[in-house]
Each structure stands twice: as C-alpha cells, then as structure tokens.
Design a protein around this ligand. Structure first.
Ligand code: PEP
Ligand code: MG
Length: 753
C-alpha cells in the first residue's frame, strides 16, 4: 500500500499543472481502492463553498457546477467537522443531499476525508461505491494518509496559482501573510517570475504582436537547433528507437504544431512567454487526463520542450523590466536580496512573497530600507497579479488586489495619519535617548547597505551596533578582494567616525547564501554558518580581517564582532587570526590599533559560557533573532512555524533577563542587535533588564526613542518583573499592549484592526 501511496503522491507532485494532477489523483485513488467514484471538492474561501473540482465516476459536467456550504450534505459535514465520515448507506444519513447533476443517487457507500494543511481545511476527498460496502479501517487509513500527503502539494498549487480557483480572477481580493516590515502603500504589482517556470509566467498584453511572434520563432528555432545537435552528439551511443524520439521532438516544434497555436494565442492578446505557457499547459493537461501511458510520457516531453523555449524567451527579456511603475510592489515566489537591488531605490515601494518570514534576511533588509513588506503569503495567485493595482499593508500583513475607491480612500487617510505621526516623532529625534528619570539608553543602528550610511544619523545615535558585512558580499559576483572590501569598510568607518562601528565577520550559511558560494545542507540553520564557515576558510576570513584592519588605520572606531560562536575555541582561533592579520599589516608598514573584539550571543550554548568568553573578548552583542530561533527550536525562515517564532516567548525573555544580570556581574558591555531591540515594547523590556545599548534598523529609531523618553527606567524594570511571571507569549504580548496603552504609547505599536 505504501508503494501505491508513494507513487500517487509522486505523480501528483510531478504534474506541472494542478488541474491535471487532480485528475491523475482521482483516477489513481479510484483504481487503488477498487471503487466506483473518487471526487475532490475544493474549499473556496471567498465563496465559503466546497466546489466539485474533479471527479471520476460522477457526471463530468457537474465539475465546477456543484457546490455546497460548510455543513451542507455529507461533503459539507466532513469539511465542517474536519473528520472522516464513513457510511455504508449514505442515503440513510439525515444530512444526505442529492444533486441531480452528479447522478449520485446510484451510489450507496460513502467515505469522505478532509484535506487539511497547517490547520486550514482545503477541501474534501470522497470515494463512493454503488453496492453497499463498508469501507474498512484500511481503506479509511489509506484515504486519510493520501489526503495528508496531498495537502502540501495542494496548498502550494493554490498559492502559486497553478490551480485555477472558481472565483479568483476578477474584482477585489485580499490575501494575508506575515507582517514583516511596517508601513502602507498604494501601488502596482510587479511579478518576478523564476526562470523557465511555465507555471509562473505572468500574463502580459503585448505591445508589439509581430515582435512577440518573431522572438517566439527565434526561440523555437534555437531549441530545434539544440535538439538536432544533441541528437547528432548521441547518435552513436543510443538506440535507433531512442534516436527517433529526437525526431518526434523536432516534429512537435515544427511550424505546423506548437508554434502555430502559440502564435494564435499571441494574436489573441498574450505576450510570447504567456502564450507559450498557456498552450503547453493545455496540451499537457489534455495528455495527462487520458488513461494512456504513452501519451502521459509525451506530456512530460511537451512540458520539457516548453520549458526550453521559455528559457530562450526569457534570456531575451530580462525578468525584471527596464521601466518600473512609480510605486512598484515586487511580488514573487521568493524574493532574493539581489532582486531587491534591481529595482531603483526611488521606485521600490513594497515587497510581497509566498516564501520567507519576518526574520529572514530579505525581511531584515526591507526593514532597514523602510519598505513595507509582507512575506509568507502562501495563498497568492502569482500569475494573475502582474500589473494589478494593489494596496500593501505591512502592519497587518495584507495585500488588497484591485481595491475599490472606498478602500483606497480609507488607506489614503491611514497613510496620512502615519505620515503625520512620523513628522511629530521627527521633532524629537535630535533629543537624547534618555528616560524621564535620567537614564541614558544608547541607541545604535544596524547597517549593511551603502544607503544606511546617512550623515544626518550621526547626531542621533551612539554608533553602528551591527554592520552585516555579508550584505555587500551578496550583491557581488565573487568574493570581493581586500582592496574592494577595504574601501567599503573605510566608507562605513568614515561616515560614522568618531562613533564606534561594530563590523561583523562574514555571517553566511543558514538562509544567507552567496550566489558564488552555495551551501547545500539538510539543516542549514544548524549547519555551516557564520564563524564555522570562515574558520574553515581562513583565506576568506584573513582577507576580510586584513581589509577591516587596513580600513581602520588612523580611525580608531572599528570593533569586530564574531557571529554564530558556539565554542570558546572558535574565539581563540579567530583571535589568533586577528593577531596574525595585524602582524602582517605591520610587516607591510601599516600600523593599526587592535580593535575591540566582541562575541555574538545567539547560540544558547554561549549563555552557559559567559565567564570563559568574557575572559577573551571586550564586549557581547546579543543576536536575539537567532537566540530566539535556537531556544525555541523554530526555524526563523519557515512560514509554517512563523506563529511559534516569538522573541517575547517567556523562555526567551527569561534567558535574556538572566544574561543581562550575568553580564553586569562580569562587567561586560552587552548590547542587543536583534529585531527585538527595534520594537518599542521590546526595547523597554531590554532597557529594564539592564542592557547597555540597543541596535536597530534606522526606521525603528523614532518609535523606540519616543518610548524611552516617556517611560522611566523604574517603570521599565517593573515591566520586566511583571512580564517574567507570565506563562505564554500571548499573555506577554497582551500585557505589553496593556501597559503601553496606560503609558499612552499605543500609537507606537503596530496598528491592529
Ligand atoms: C541575530 O541573530 O539576532 C542577528 C542580529 O543576526 P542576523 O539576524 O544577521 O542573523
Ligand atoms: Mg544572527
């Protein structure tokens, strides 16, 4: 049975188009369970109805026509209860409802199971049989397992738009994801499609039909050439039968077949990549529906050919266009740091993606740049969004597609309010970050992009608490050389001198890959990350250390921070390399001071080695993002567990409070540079715990400063005391909101509905 299950899931997974996959699925299940009917009902969230999407055994014309409310009929009951329902005599059940279109009165036995993904009911899978048959425990277990396996495939297909929902395309729609970077914006969606993915080609109306047809023909011509060449290369090594396949490919690409159809679609008003994707999808869908192994295999060939042609078309038309809408909202399956860099700064107004969550590095950059962002929007129908007018709400994690005038006006007034608040806060930005009872709380900034080095900042901060050196590394095409790095670092040091600049050594691994140094691992966040990588590559680390030291010549404001430290040995080894770099530079006649060295406290193991670490370095910096992820065992980048990731979890707060106390006892200057420091309520807690400095993204400064200037240290200490008694993250958040309200600081918190 396991084998059958695996094969069905594989087939469904392998099908590029979900409509075809569903058809495969119902056929295979019917066969495996030796029953008369297998049907799939999709839950359409907008209509709140279960719609018959695919069936084998019921009348085909009922597909898309029959729909039920939650709780209506047997299928509705399964969906409502979110439990399997197994009946020998379905007609006898009080909930039985008859739909003439389906011809279903002929069937007596019924077994239905819900398909649930991440606690969300996506639909119902049903098998039925004409004669009275009690589906046994094995049948039920099979269908439940099948549904559980299919849930992920289905959720992804719904998210990427490969499954055409009954009511999705037109009119206003709203999608929700993880609120990642605050702010609201009204703009236009620009969909970034991954290369050569037929399922993610956006729809676009061509401006020049002849040009689209010409480039289609060119692309087909090149693929024919490639296939001919491949055939010739392989001629001596493969059988005549296999070689004949190349001939079939050539025919498929011939003028009369695919090309003509695509051309027709272009003339109907679709650009070449979109037309190609439409035609290929239609063919593949048809071929996959037919119960014929030969045709099924040919479907894979057609898909492959389509992908090849698309790759050529995309070579020619860059994925990101030359002209961007004035207020571009970038939308994609996944948005890379590099893509972020492609949109002109002035036009990038928002970011939305299916993958990613609020502590991923794209998220951190977006916050640093002050760009409203919502990630983990798993429901997004990508291919239908390009060019659509949208409203992005980064506070509430929402994207409104094709909003009506009323909604737009509502958002215009919310945006105006927010701008007014920003102006009010701006007035106090040059005032000290000091509590009403006279406690100074130094505020620092996290940087990484050149854009962060703004001169006006200098008077408002105590320095750069974290310069993420991997960011410039991510934008280059190879490891930058010593001189190149030196110039970058010098720029930072000079921009902020005489304030300290804490430069972190290269922190790659986890979700931060360099395009030219990919790291493939099963558990990247528990793997080769940060100092583990650089100690294994001293040639990379030495270049960086030398560049930092060289840049610091005559400046005196460099501090070096070591990421992802787990063992004291790692610190010793790095210190030796720093000494060596300093000595090498001295040999070259470059005399530099030894900078202060710090360790990031982000792996829980370090919390138990504070004393040994303190003996070796000059300061600590708490990476609350990673500390949270490792203490809670929640991947910071996984939307599936995003709700469990919370820096205000009682365990994290308890660890931080204790750490702050121990740091005081050890007389070690300790700051916090994770996202918690940039949250006004989080900042108050950290101040109350006794941390020496808070480092955050520049856009977070105004709100944090406003909070600190209004809450006495004694009150922040009391807040810590109260909070540490609470048992759940929800209670902690609620308590923080309550206190912030009492202090009349609720306007500093992210707006909620
Ligand atoms: C952290 O982990 O809190 C941190 C500041 O580092 P990063 O987010 O770059 O991993
Ligand atoms: Mg970290």
């Amino acid at each position: 049975m396991l084998d059958v299950l695996r094969r069905i899931v594989q087939e469904v997974n392998g099908a590029r188009n979900l409509n075809a996959a569903l058809s495969t699925m119902v056929r295979r299940i019917r066969k495996a369970m030796r029953t008369d009917v297998c049907s799939f009902y999709l839950f359409d969230v907008e209509q709140q109805r279960l719609v018959l999407m695919e069936t084998i055994g019921l009348h085909a014309q009922a597909v898309g026509q029959v729909s039920l409310r939650l709780g209506e009929g047997l299928v509705g009951l399964v969906a409502q209860r979110e439990e399997p329902l197994n009946l020998e005599d379905a007609h006898g059940h009080p909930q039985f409802r008859y739909f003439a279109e389906t011809g279903e009165e002929r069937f007596s036995s019924f077994l239905g199971v819900p398909i649930i993904h991440q606690r969300r009911m996506l639909g119902v899978l049903v098998v039925q049989q004409q004669d009275k048959r009690r589906f046994d425990e094995g049948d039920e277990a099979f269908l439940v397992t099948m549904a559980a396996q299919l849930a992920g495939v289905l959720a992804h297909a719904l998210a990427t738009g490969t499954l055409n929902r009954p009511s999705r395309d037109v009119g206003q729609a709203v999608f929700t994801g993880v609120a990642t970077s605050p702010g609201m914006v009204i703009g236009e969606a620009l969909v970034i499609a991954p290369p050569a993915d037929l399922d993610n080609v956006p729809d676009l109306v061509p401006t020049d039909i002849d040009y689209e047809i010409k480039r289609l023909k060119d692309a087909i011509y090149r693929v024919r050439d490639e296939i001919r060449a491949a055939g010739e290369r392989l001629a001596s090594r493969i059988s005549a039968q296999e070689l004949a396949l190349f001939e079939v490919y050539q025919q498929m690409l011939g003028e009369a077949a695919l090309a003509q159809e695509v051309e027709k679609r272009i003339r109907e008003g679709q650009w070449a990549p979109g037309a190609l994707a439409d035609v290929v999808r239609r063919h593949v869908q048809y071929m996959e529906r037919v119960d014929d192994d030969y045709l099924r295999e040919r479907a894979a060939d057609v898909r492959d050919l389509g992908r090849r042609v698309l790759a050529h078309l995309q070579e020619e038309s860059p994925q990101t266009p030359d002209t961007f809408p004035e207020r571009t909202i970038l939308v994609g399956d996944e948005i890379s740091v590099a893509t972020l860099g492609e949109v002109p700064r002035g036009k990038l107004a928002g970011l939305v993606s299916i993958r990613g969550s609020s502590t991923s590095h794209v998220a951190i950059l977006a916050r640093a740049m002050g760009i409203p962002t919502v990630l983990g929007m798993v429901d997004l129908p990508l291919p239908r969004l390009n060019g659509a007018p949208v409203i992005l709400d980064g506070h509430r994690g929402r994207l409104f597609v094709r909003p009506d005038e009323e909604l737009k006006n509502h958002y215009r007034s919310l945006i105006a309010e927010e701008t007014a608040l920003a102006e009010v806060l701006e007035h106090e930005q040059d005032l000290p970050s000091r509590t009403p009872d006279g406690h100074d709380m130094p505020l620092m900034v996290n940087t990484g992009l050149a854009v962060d080095a703004v001169a006006s900042l200098k008077t408002r901060i105590s320095g750069v608490g974290l310069y993420r050196t991997e960011v410039p590394f991510m934008i280059t095409e190879r490891f930058p050389g010593e001189q190149e790095q030196m110039r970058l670092y010098r720029d930072q040091l000079e921009s902020f001198a005489p304030l300290p600049v804490v430069m972190r050594t290269l922190d790659i691994g986890g979700d931060k890959d360099l395009p030219y140094f990919p790291i493939e691992e099963a558990n990247p966040f528990l793997g080769w990350r940060g100092i583990r990588v650089t100690l294994d590559h001293p040639e990379v680390l030495m270049v960086q250390l030398r560049a930092m030291l060289r840049a610091s010549q005559g400046m005196g404001n460099l501090q070096i921070l070591l990421p992802m430290v787990t063992n004291v040995d790692e610190v010793d080894d790095t210190l030796k390399l720093i000494d060596r770099a300093q000595a090498e530079l001295a040999e070259e006649g470059v005399e530099v001071e030894r900078p202060k060295i710090g360790v990031m406290l982000e792996v829980p193991a370090t919390l138990y080695q504070l004393e040994s670490l303190a003996e070796r370095v000059d300061f600590f910096s708490v990476g609350s993002n990673d500390l949270t992820q490792y203490l809670l065992a929640v991947d910071r980048n996984n939307p599936r567990v995003a709700e469990l990731y919370d820096a205000c979890h009682p365990a994290v707060l308890a660890a931080l409070a204790r750490l702050a106390q121990e740091a005081v006892a050890l007389d070690m200057p300790t700051s916090v540079c994770g996202e918690l420091a940039g949250d006004p309520a989080g900042a108050l807690l950290l101040m109350g715990m006794g941390f020496d400095a808070l480092s955050m993204n520049t856009p977070s400064l105004p709100r944090v400063r406003a909070a600190i200037r209004r809450v006495p240290l004694a009150a922040a200490e009391a807040l810590v005391h109260e909070t540490l008694k609470l048992a759940t993250p929800g209670e902690v958040r609620a308590h923080l909101v309550k206190r912030m309200g009492e202090w009349q600081l609720d306007h500093l918190l992210p707006p909620k509905d």
